[in-house]
Write a protein that binds this ligand. Structure first.
Ligand code: 4AD
Ligand code: MG
Length: 431
């Protein structure tokens, strides 16, 4: 038998087909069984009549439960009442693997679905998300490759912090204390002196004691670093990346977005409009005037403030020029006003939080040492990084984008946990 996927079978519209997959729904009557079969591509209704198959086949069908795997052959027929408009009138059927009673029924709690995540991955919802996730990873690679970036890799065990000590995971490394990486950045800055334009997609780890819908302890981090690149060019690069991703998802995944109930009108402005770029002080002003929120100058924007800000825009918005004290040590001081840094957060629409964090990099060696010391860091551990400023330093900039944040927003998910197959959070490391 030559098998075709369910999607290919539906496209054929008539004639004989052989398909294989899993039983998505089943209903047995006295002499007829209705099976809805699913594979990775779609679902299709299959009708099995007792008098069309052998006695042995009919006996097997009596034992079929949801998620049994089967192969079958039959004739396609258009049927408006069937879930995908066609049905297969079955002529041959073979059970490949019987299923025990499947533990997932309707209306289960999100926690239970996470407990049986290994089985819930089979749902139409998770299948749709995982397909979009795959497209997004490809879109990221294509985007950077099309701009002549090299893919480059940094270690996951690191002796240093880059994004502050509070979210470091400690690892016992043969008796020495090291950390799981929060970012590739310090190792990326070393490599721009050979490759100039580099990017990666790799896991980052954050010991976030946060139970919000947007924090994971292990997430996939797209990072990019570019020699000679100005701050404005950095923003252009980030905007281009987000636009490319959204364009790819909209062109390839209408079906999946429909399954997820995503209102795609909300994504259309992202492709068409330029993302606003506002300074931190302007953001505070907007929040006060339009949302009645008073935030003292010098305080970082947290979840609530980001969400309120996002209500004012229908595209992501770049917030730039944050006060130096609230941002990482490596961000370049604004030459026009050294109280601020040339750093940015790209805030998603609809309350999906920060998609991108990035900056132009400080190249002044003394300033870097001063800021590391003020954070209580041991300079010795950073010598390898400081060397990048000692031997032919150049202006450069880069950013990091949380891939699950982007997936969560584009798919319109309630929680970032559904943007990754097996989410890790403060409260969950299983299954
Ligand atoms: O803003 P962050 O901390 O920036 C950096 O790590 C820089 N070193 C990146 C760079 O310039 N190379 O993290 C970057 C992005 C955030 O904007 C957010 O999208 C995502 O990583 N992110 C998380 N995603 C999921 N769960 C978490 N706990 C995250 N923390 C950060
Ligand atoms: Mg950030």
């Amino acid at each position: 038998m030559k098998f075709t996927s369910i999607k290919e079978s539906l496209e054929k519209r008539k004639g004989k087909v052989s398909i294989r997959g899993w039983v998505y729904r089943e209903r047995k009557q006295k002499d007829t069984a209705f099976l809805v079969l699913r594979d990775s591509t779609d679902i299709i209704q299959c009708v099995v009549k007792q008098d069309k198959i052998s006695k042995k086949e009919w006996e097997e069908i009596q034992k079929i439960l949801i998620e049994s795997s089967v192969e079958l052959e039959g004739t396609l027929k258009e049927d408006k009442r069937a879930p995908t408009g066609f049905e297969i009138q079955v002529e041959k059927i073979k059970v490949i693997g019987f299923s025990e009673k499947f533990p997932i029924a309707k209306d289960q709690s999100p926690e239970f679905l996470l407990d049986v995540r290994h089985l819930w991955l089979r749902s139409r919802k998770m299948t749709a998300i995982l397909k979009i996730r795959s497209t997004i990873f490809r879109a990221i690679h294509d985007y950077f490759r099309s701009l002549s970036y090299y893919e480059y890799h940094s270690p996951s065990f690191t002796p240093t912090a880059a994004e502050g000590g509070s979210t470091l995971f400690k690892v016992d490394y043969f008796g020495k204390e090291v950390y799981l990486t929060q970012t590739w950045q310090l190792y990326a800055e070393a490599a721009i002196f050979s490759l100039e334009k580099i990017y990666t997609i790799a896991p980052s780890f954050r010991a976030e004691k946060s139970k919000t819908a947007r924090h994971l302890t292990e997430y996939w981090h797209t990072e990019v670093e570019t020699a000679w690149q100005s701050f404005d060019e950095l923003l252009d690069l980030g905007e281009g990346l987000i636009k490319h991703i959204v364009k790819e998802v909209l062109s390839k995944h209408q079906e999946e977005l429909k399954i997820l109930g995503r209102d795609i009108k909300k994504l259309e402005p992202v492709i068409k409009k330029k993302f606003p770029r506002i300074k931190y002080t302007e953001a505070l002003k907007l929040l006060k005037e339009k949302k009645g929120l008073t935030i003292p100058h010098g305080k970082d924007l947290r979840t609530i403030e980001e969400d309120k800000l996002s209500e004012l825009f229908d595209t992501p918005v770049f917030v730039t020029h944050y006060p130096k004290e609230i941002k990482a040590f490596y961000m370049k001081q604004d030459p026009k006003d050294p109280k601020y840094v040339l750093g940015t957060d790209l805030v998603a629409p609809e309350g999906y939080g920060e998609l991108i964090g990035g900056s132009e990099r400080e190249t002044d060696l003394k300033e870097l040492i001063k800021r590391l010391k003020s954070q209580g860091e041991d300079i010795k551990k950073y010598e390898f990084f400081l060397d990048t400023r000692r031997y032919g330093s150049v202006p450069h900039s880069g950013f990091g984008m949380g891939v699950e944040r982007v997936i969560s927003w584009i798919c319109g998910l309630d929680s970032i946990k559904d943007a990754i197959p097996f989410p890790r959070t403060m409260l969950r490391v299983t299954p």
